[in-house]
Design a protein around this ligand. Structure first.
Ligand SMILES: Nc1ncnc2c1ncn2[C@@H]1O[C@H](COP(=O)(O)OP(=O)(O)O)[C@@H](O)[C@H]1O
Ligand SMILES: [Mg+2]
Length: 407
């Protein structure tokens, strides 16, 4: 029977109390926000890392911290799918309106936005910020003065602004955004009046490269903060404390299985943890629970986090059966010759066809450092997913019972 509670939060930024690790990055960002307030000068950082590594969660945590001290107004705006500056402005101010709901300063925001606040939903229970195109253009053009006015209106509650522009995929390819951002930063830096604002851009590393290519002087503005996979120690801490919170104990061998399959990727750790938690019946996680949970998680991860074409290809009977014959597990970077199925020419052909298909789908790419037949995975979700599939296929054949992807 499904449990109605889980200490895991797959698919949602993690609540601050359950946030694990990232101490160095938290400290750097805390300093950047404090510096914005102390100097009245804009601070910019670029939070980068692959999908599911915890960028949005870290940004939320910083928003919570900076909101308490030094009392910054946080606006965490998700800009996935946005490619124009006007849409960006609309999303930012709409988010501000949403975040003001229930706060003492809500009425001030409403007064500032005037008729641009529209009641929506059944009985007008929710609100949105809706402005005509030409007003949005003005907002973009006079972004610094708009933020100054905002702070002036909220000065009793807030001493600065933390603006998180998350998932900037569409904007990072736009020369208009790159130029606008550069002018905004220059304008604030040279203005006589202070503007205590910290801007956090969030996205894949490629997006930072793309912005720097479009506007080379952004290279020195965009201070990169890279989020990496958790070290094993932190992944262990994550699982132990989440299970402990739900009153479950985890046997040491079982814990190692969870740690090794999660590969330090928080998104996978939550999916695996949740599946294991749901499968357990006696509040004790042993190695059987761990392996069963990992296999159950594979299904969920495949459907939820992989592109359907990739999922279908890996799940096809032809490739699934070749995965269980490989000579070794996949490493993140691997050589064809190290994995080549030990059996015969037929298997080798299917394996090569698998590699070609995965390359076409962008799951792996030729690894320039790996020499001939060297490949690397495009991201960790793909790599770990394939490891789990391999293990599941082997498990079904009774070849293994427990152990991590690399065993
Ligand atoms: N430091 C962390 N501690 C615990 N869980 C985390 C942490 N960072 C991320 N997560 C979890 O991992 C998943 C992916 O995190 P998210 O912040 O959305 O990643 P990204 O924005 O990089 O794609 C979410 O379910 C989130 O709850
Ligand atoms: Mg995110």
């Amino acid at each position: 029977m499904p449990k109605d509670y889980s200490p895991f939060t797959p698919g949602r930024p993690v609540p601050a109390q359950q946030f694990v690790g990232r101490a160095t990055e938290v400290e750097r960002l805390r300093r950047a926000t404090a510096a914005a307030v102390a100097t009245g000068r804009v601070q910019v950082a670029f939070l980068e890392g692959e999908r599911g590594i915890g960028k949005s969660s870290l940004a939320s945590l910083i928003q919570a911290i900076a909101g308490r001290d030094p009392r910054m107004l946080g606006i965490h705006s998700f800009l996935g799918g946005v490619s124009s500056l006007e849409d960006m402005a609309q999303r930012i101010f709409d988010r501000l309106l949403q975040e003001s709901a229930g706060q003492s300063w809500h009425e001030r925001i409403k007064a500032l936005f005037g008729d641009h606040v529209k009641q929506v939903g059944l009985f007008g229970v929710s609100m949105t910020f809706a402005a005509p195109r030409r007003d949005l253009k003005q907002l973009v053009h006079h972004f610094a003065p708009a933020l100054r006015n905002l702070l002036a209106a909220l000065r009793e509650q807030h001493r600065g602004i933390l603006l998180v522009l998350d998932d900037i995929n569409g904007l990072a390819d736009s020369a208009a955004f790159a130029n606008w951002f550069k002018s905004f930063v220059d304008e604030v830096a040279t203005a006589r009046e202070p503007l205590p604002v910290c801007i956090l851009l969030v996205g894949l590393q490629e997006r930072r490269y793309s912005l720097a290519a479009l506007q080379p002087s952004l290279t020195r503005v965009l201070d990169p903060i890279e989020i990496r996979p958790w070290p094993a120690l932190e992944t262990r801490e994550f699982f132990s404390s989440a299970f402990a919170k739900a009153g479950c104990s985890v046997e040491p061998d079982a814990l190692e299985i969870l740690v090794s399959f999660a590969g330090g990727l928080p998104v996978l750790a939550h999916e695996i943890g949740d599946a294991v938690f749901q499968a357990d019946t006696n509040d004790t996680i042993d190695t059987d629970d761990a392996m069963n949970g990992v296999f159950a998680a594979a299904d969920i991860v495949g459907r939820k986090h992989l592109e359907p074409r990739v999922f279908q290809a890996i799940r096809s009977d032809r490739y699934r059966s070749i995965l269980q014959t490989l000579a070794a597990p996949f490493e993140f970077q691997f050589k064809r010759s190290d994995l080549l199925p030990p059996l015969g020419a037929d298997e080798a052909r299917v394996f090569d066809s698998f590699l070609r298909r995965m390359k076409e789908l962008g799951v792996i790419q030729a690894d320039p450092d790996g020499g001939r037949g060297g490949y690397r995975f495009d991201n960790r979700i793909h790599h770990l997913y394939i490891c789990i599939e391999m293990r599941a296929a082997m498990g079904r054949r009774g070849r293994v019972t427990a152990g991590g992807p690399g065993t």
